[in-house]
Design a protein around this ligand. Sequence first.
Ligand SMILES: CC(C)(COP(=O)(O)OP(=O)(O)OC[C@H]1O[C@@H](n2cnc3c(N)ncnc32)[C@H](O)[C@@H]1OP(=O)(O)O)[C@@H](O)C(=O)NCCC(=O)NCCS
Length: 151
Amino acid sequence: MSVASSDIIICPMTAAELPQIIAIERLSYPLPWSEQHFLDELSSRVALPLVALDAEGAVLGYICAMQVLDEGHILNVAVAPEARGKGIGRLLCERVLADCRAADAAFVSLEVRVSNHSAIELYQRIGFVECGRRKRYYENGEDAIMMEFIY
Ligand SMILES: CC(C)(COP(=O)(O)OP(=O)(O)OC[C@H]1O[C@@H](n2cnc3c(N)ncnc32)[C@H](O)[C@@H]1OP(=O)(O)O)[C@@H](O)C(=O)NCCC(=O)NCCS
Protein backbone atom coordinates (compact mmCIF):
# COMPACT_ATOMS: atom_id res chain seq x y z
CA MET A 1 0.00 0.00 0.00
CA SER A 2 1.36 3.42 -0.80
CA VAL A 3 0.56 6.67 0.96
CA ALA A 4 -0.34 9.61 -1.25
CA SER A 5 2.26 12.31 -0.73
CA SER A 6 -0.63 14.72 -0.02
CA ASP A 7 -1.27 12.74 3.21
CA ILE A 8 2.31 13.27 4.39
CA ILE A 9 4.00 16.55 5.17
CA ILE A 10 7.77 16.73 4.76
CA CYS A 11 9.20 19.67 6.68
CA PRO A 12 12.32 20.79 8.55
CA MET A 13 12.99 18.88 11.77
CA THR A 14 12.52 20.79 15.04
CA ALA A 15 13.61 20.04 18.62
CA ALA A 16 9.94 19.51 19.56
CA GLU A 17 9.92 16.31 17.48
CA LEU A 18 13.03 14.81 19.08
CA PRO A 19 11.25 12.51 21.58
CA GLN A 20 9.34 10.81 18.74
CA ILE A 21 12.44 10.75 16.52
CA ILE A 22 14.58 9.16 19.24
CA ALA A 23 11.90 6.51 19.84
CA ILE A 24 11.96 5.59 16.12
CA GLU A 25 15.78 5.73 16.10
CA ARG A 26 15.97 3.21 18.98
CA LEU A 27 13.61 0.84 17.16
CA SER A 28 15.63 1.18 13.95
CA TYR A 29 19.30 0.73 14.84
CA PRO A 30 21.41 -1.41 17.18
CA LEU A 31 23.55 1.67 17.91
CA PRO A 32 21.07 4.58 17.77
CA TRP A 33 22.10 8.22 17.54
CA SER A 34 21.87 10.12 20.83
CA GLU A 35 19.67 13.16 21.40
CA GLN A 36 22.84 15.29 21.24
CA HIS A 37 23.61 13.90 17.80
CA PHE A 38 20.25 15.15 16.52
CA LEU A 39 20.70 18.50 18.31
CA ASP A 40 24.03 18.88 16.51
CA GLU A 41 22.23 18.29 13.21
CA LEU A 42 19.64 20.93 14.10
CA SER A 43 22.32 23.54 14.80
CA SER A 44 24.63 22.70 11.88
CA ARG A 45 24.91 25.20 9.04
CA VAL A 46 25.35 22.44 6.45
CA ALA A 47 22.73 19.97 7.69
CA LEU A 48 19.34 19.33 6.08
CA PRO A 49 17.31 17.42 8.73
CA LEU A 50 13.70 16.73 7.70
CA VAL A 51 10.72 14.91 9.18
CA ALA A 52 7.71 13.21 7.60
CA LEU A 53 4.57 14.01 9.58
CA ASP A 54 1.06 12.61 9.31
CA ALA A 55 -2.02 14.84 9.23
CA GLU A 56 -2.06 14.98 13.06
CA GLY A 57 1.60 15.99 13.24
CA ALA A 58 2.93 12.61 14.40
CA VAL A 59 6.43 11.75 13.19
CA LEU A 60 6.43 8.88 10.67
CA GLY A 61 10.07 9.16 9.66
CA TYR A 62 13.05 11.47 9.31
CA ILE A 63 16.17 12.04 7.27
CA CYS A 64 19.43 13.77 8.14
CA ALA A 65 21.56 14.92 5.23
CA MET A 66 24.20 17.55 4.66
CA GLN A 67 25.72 19.38 1.75
CA VAL A 68 29.26 20.73 1.46
CA LEU A 69 30.12 22.46 -1.81
CA ASP A 70 28.76 20.21 -4.59
CA GLU A 71 28.44 17.03 -2.52
CA GLY A 72 25.31 16.03 -0.66
CA HIS A 73 25.50 13.19 1.86
CA ILE A 74 22.69 11.21 3.50
CA LEU A 75 23.68 10.41 7.09
CA ASN A 76 20.54 8.81 8.51
CA VAL A 77 17.07 7.91 7.28
CA ALA A 78 14.50 5.93 9.24
CA VAL A 79 10.77 5.28 9.15
CA ALA A 80 8.66 4.14 12.11
CA PRO A 81 8.32 0.33 11.89
CA GLU A 82 4.52 0.46 11.54
CA ALA A 83 4.79 3.01 8.71
CA ARG A 84 7.35 1.17 6.57
CA GLY A 85 6.61 -0.09 3.08
CA LYS A 86 4.30 2.83 2.28
CA GLY A 87 6.67 5.05 0.32
CA ILE A 88 7.76 7.35 3.16
CA GLY A 89 11.46 6.46 2.94
CA ARG A 90 11.33 7.17 -0.79
CA LEU A 91 9.56 10.52 -0.21
CA LEU A 92 12.21 11.59 2.33
CA CYS A 93 15.14 10.60 0.09
CA GLU A 94 13.60 12.18 -3.01
CA ARG A 95 13.06 15.44 -1.07
CA VAL A 96 16.76 15.49 -0.10
CA LEU A 97 17.72 14.80 -3.74
CA ALA A 98 15.53 17.70 -4.85
CA ASP A 99 16.87 20.06 -2.16
CA CYS A 100 20.50 19.20 -2.99
CA ARG A 101 19.85 19.67 -6.69
CA ALA A 102 18.30 23.08 -5.97
CA ALA A 103 21.50 23.92 -4.04
CA ASP A 104 23.68 22.94 -7.04
CA ALA A 105 24.94 19.58 -5.77
CA ALA A 106 26.64 17.44 -8.41
CA PHE A 107 25.97 14.20 -6.53
CA VAL A 108 24.66 12.75 -3.27
CA SER A 109 26.50 9.95 -1.48
CA LEU A 110 25.79 7.57 1.41
CA GLU A 111 27.02 4.41 3.14
CA VAL A 112 24.82 1.43 3.97
CA ARG A 113 25.47 -1.89 5.74
CA VAL A 114 25.86 -4.80 3.30
CA SER A 115 23.16 -6.63 5.31
CA ASN A 116 20.58 -3.81 5.08
CA HIS A 117 18.63 -5.14 2.12
CA SER A 118 15.57 -2.90 2.54
CA ALA A 119 17.70 0.27 2.55
CA ILE A 120 19.82 -0.92 -0.41
CA GLU A 121 16.61 -1.68 -2.33
CA LEU A 122 15.22 1.77 -1.54
CA TYR A 123 18.40 3.53 -2.66
CA GLN A 124 18.68 1.49 -5.87
CA ARG A 125 15.05 2.13 -6.76
CA ILE A 126 15.54 5.89 -6.58
CA GLY A 127 18.69 5.84 -8.68
CA PHE A 128 21.66 5.37 -6.34
CA VAL A 129 24.40 3.06 -7.63
CA GLU A 130 27.17 1.30 -5.75
CA CYS A 131 30.49 3.10 -6.14
CA GLY A 132 32.71 1.24 -3.68
CA ARG A 133 32.99 -0.61 -0.38
CA ARG A 134 34.52 0.33 2.96
CA LYS A 135 35.89 -2.77 4.66
CA ARG A 136 34.88 -3.28 8.32
CA TYR A 137 33.32 0.20 8.42
CA TYR A 138 30.81 -0.61 11.17
CA GLU A 139 31.37 -1.42 14.84
CA ASN A 140 30.54 -5.12 14.32
CA GLY A 141 33.11 -5.45 11.55
CA GLU A 142 30.50 -5.27 8.79
CA ASP A 143 31.43 -3.71 5.45
CA ALA A 144 29.73 -0.58 4.11
CA ILE A 145 28.51 -0.27 0.56
CA MET A 146 29.18 3.25 -0.72
CA MET A 147 26.47 4.51 -3.05
CA GLU A 148 25.99 7.70 -5.01
CA PHE A 149 23.30 9.46 -6.98
CA ILE A 150 24.73 11.59 -9.77
CA TYR A 151 22.51 14.32 -11.21
C1 LIG B 1 15.15 1.62 4.92
C2 LIG B 1 13.84 2.31 5.30
C3 LIG B 1 14.12 3.78 5.61
C4 LIG B 1 12.86 2.20 4.09
O1 LIG B 1 11.73 3.03 4.39
P1 LIG B 1 10.28 2.67 3.81
O2 LIG B 1 9.40 3.83 4.07
O3 LIG B 1 9.85 1.36 4.35
O4 LIG B 1 10.60 2.51 2.26
P2 LIG B 1 9.57 2.78 1.06
O5 LIG B 1 8.23 2.24 1.44
O6 LIG B 1 9.64 4.21 0.68
O7 LIG B 1 10.18 1.88 -0.08
C5 LIG B 1 10.96 2.47 -1.13
C6 LIG B 1 11.37 1.39 -2.10
O8 LIG B 1 12.25 0.47 -1.46
C7 LIG B 1 11.74 -0.85 -1.52
N1 LIG B 1 11.81 -1.47 -0.21
C8 LIG B 1 11.67 -0.86 1.00
N2 LIG B 1 11.75 -1.79 1.98
C9 LIG B 1 11.94 -2.98 1.36
C10 LIG B 1 12.10 -4.32 1.82
N3 LIG B 1 12.07 -4.61 3.14
N4 LIG B 1 12.29 -5.30 0.92
C11 LIG B 1 12.32 -5.02 -0.41
N5 LIG B 1 12.16 -3.76 -0.91
C12 LIG B 1 11.98 -2.77 -0.03
C13 LIG B 1 10.28 -0.72 -1.88
O9 LIG B 1 9.87 -1.76 -2.71
C14 LIG B 1 10.15 0.60 -2.57
O10 LIG B 1 10.28 0.51 -3.95
P3 LIG B 1 9.23 1.30 -4.91
O11 LIG B 1 9.13 2.72 -4.36
O12 LIG B 1 9.87 1.25 -6.25
O13 LIG B 1 7.95 0.55 -4.78
C15 LIG B 1 13.16 1.59 6.52
O14 LIG B 1 13.12 0.20 6.28
C16 LIG B 1 13.87 1.82 7.85
O15 LIG B 1 13.60 2.79 8.56
N6 LIG B 1 14.82 0.93 8.21
C17 LIG B 1 15.56 1.06 9.49
C18 LIG B 1 16.58 2.18 9.43
C19 LIG B 1 17.58 1.97 8.30
O16 LIG B 1 18.10 0.88 8.09
N7 LIG B 1 17.87 3.07 7.57
C20 LIG B 1 18.82 3.08 6.48
C21 LIG B 1 20.21 3.24 7.00
S1 LIG B 1 21.42 3.29 5.67
